[in-house]
Write a protein that binds this ligand. Structure first.
Ligand code: BYC
Length: 474
């Protein structure tokens, strides 16, 4: 499964053996490079970045580190090794051999899933385009660029599937992936969270912690797909994705550490005094957390969804860790609890498990996300404050699904529009919070130096020291 880097498009799928596909992708490649130039990290043309590049799709030892100019990054097509005689693990086709070609009757649903997944990848690069100009250190700058090039590669992963398996409409979808723009009023990205700006590094770390984690759960579900090329592609994407969530987890831990150090040094948890020290007070961090958590909740789709039921029963998209779940993998007659609004209150009702698959994945996500919040609280506890960071209720601030019909506070109480108007400022980042966070965002690029509002990480990348020149500006 080693990757052929002698090709124009590095790959481990024997692209040279399919001339028509190779030509089609080589035609798309310059369009991608143009999009990267227009919408990728701003002002980085001559910058050398110490990046990892995939050299194999095997789980161990797949990455190689070196300086690369990002526009020369070798974006390519890497599928995880094939499992011999893989069988479909769920739905109506359970036990049949996994498909190597798209089943005609499922073509449009499969294309829709691949396009939705693909659309998020360039969207996130667009959202993060200007962050390099306000990086808190070279270490963080390098991590941002690593995320950006790998999201670009994940776009390649989906575009390969579209070109290889969906003919002319696949090629048209691949073009459209480079045409939509995050936040554009006329031609926005498909999913809500990918049209929100990521204007500062607190948002970036929240995004990589929460929204990239949606990516993890969606990719795990797609890695179960009966369509084997999708399963293999997403399995390798997950290898890369882990580092993105680490950046969020550790970035937020470092911000919280710095804030807590200031709380102890000044003997206060008063936000105004802490802000005067140039650190981000915990209530502001909590409001950002509430925002990113709730926007990410929406990414799982409607709580009860016939689309989700169809994707599952036709074998296109499974559950998180499908093979480890002990049931019939068909879900006929099974139920799953979902929330509903009845008589002005949230109540739990049983929905058909097949239709509640989005909700189930959302619950799997919440368990995973809360574990990290608990780890951050260990830093907070040491200061002696009674404050704790907390995930808001999953119904808070929703825009998708039936819960979007009500105003629901972070504790899960339904409130009226007036109360929402009055208190939203306590629950979500206010313009003042955003302006304060923006005011901290200077640019720190001396090797080994870190901005005042964030602690240095415990160790560097690829065993290098913290003062290693992770990015060279030339
Ligand atoms: N925003 O039946 P429903 C990642 C639409 S992140 C706007 O629940 P379904 C990454 C929906 O399209 C992972 N619209 O839909 C992270 C439908 O529209 P129509 C990305 C939304 O299909 C960081 C209607 O509402 N991958 O990789 O069951 C950086 C009814 O909804 C939203 C995937 O998402 C929304 N949030 O569920 C980089 C996996 N949600 O048909 C990358 C592939 C729903 O009525 N996608 N709608 O016009 C899917 O599995 C499904 O499309 C979804 C939606 C779970 C997203």
């Amino acid at each position: 499964m080693s990757i052929d880097y002698n090709q124009k498009i590095p790959n481990n799928v024997d692209l040279a053996g399919d001339r028509a596909l190779q030509r089609a992708l080589e035609h798309w490649q310059p369009e991608f490079v143009k999009w990267w130039g227009d919408m990728g990290p701003a002002g980085t043309r001559d910058t050398d970045v110490y990046l990892r590049t995939a050299v194999s799709a095997e789980p161990k030892g797949w990455a190689h580190y070196d300086y690369v100019k990002m526009h020369d990054y070798r974006w390519g097509i890497f599928l995880a090794p094939a499992e011999t005689d893989r069988l479909i693990g769920f739905g109506a086709h359970k036990g049949e051999p996994a498909w190597q070609e798209v089943p005609g009757e499922y073509r449009s649903n499969l294309r829709r899933l691949i396009v939705t997944q693909g659309d998020t990848e360039p969207a996130s690069v667009e959202q993060q385009r200007h962050l390099g100009l306000t990086c808190p250190s070279l270490y963080d700058l390098r991590n941002l660029f690593q995320v950006n090039v790998e999201e670009g590669r994940h776009l390649w992963a989906m575009v390969y599937l579209l070109h290889a398996h969906f003919g002319r409409d696949g090629r048209e979808e691949a073009e459209a992936l480079l045409e939509r723009r995050s936040g554009d009023a006329d031609n926005p990205r498909i999913l809500g969270a990918f049209n929100e700006p990521t204007p500062d590094w607190l948002s970036f770390f929240m995004f990589t912690y929460f929204t990239d984690r949606d990516g993890k759960f969606q990719l795990y579900s797609l890695a179960e797909s009966g369509f084997d090329p999708l399963a293999r592609t997403t399995r390798f994407m997950l290898t890369e994705e882990a580092h993105h969530m680490f950046i969020g987890q550790s970035g937020l831990a470092r911000i919280i550490t710095r804030t807590c150090d200031a709380m102890v040094a000044c003997g206060t948890d008063d936000p105004a005094r802490l802000r005067a020290e140039g650190v981000i007070d915990l209530p502001t961090i909590q409001r950002y957390l509430n925002f990113h958590f709730s926007v990410t909740m929406d990414l799982f789709g409607a709580d009860v969804s016939s689309n989700a039921a169809t994707f599952y029963s036709t074998g296109l998209k499974g559950r998180f860790n499908e093979a480890r779940i002990e049931d019939d993998h068909l879900l006929n007659g099974a139920t799953y609890p979902v929330l509903e609004i009845r008589d002005g209150r949230l109540v739990t009702v049983d929905a058909p498990a097949l239709n509640a698959l989005n909700e189930r994945l959302r619950d799997d996500f919440i368990k995973d996300a809360v574990a990290g919040i608990t780890r951050w609280n260990r830093i907070v506890e040491k200061t002696g404050t009674s404050m704790r960071l907390k995930a808001p209720h999953k119904a808070f601030n929703r825009r998708i699904g039936p819960l979007a019909a009500a105003h629901i506070d972070p504790e899960g109480n339904i409130v009226d529009a007036t109360q929402w108007q009055r208190q939203a400022i306590d629950w979500l980042p206010s313009p003042g919070d955003r302006a304060f966070v923006a005011s901290l965002m200077g640019r720190v690029v001396e090797p080994g130096r870190f901005a005042n509002w964030i602690a240095p990480p415990p160790r560097g990348i690829d065993n290098h020291p913290l003062d290693f020149t992770y990015v060279r500006f030339n």
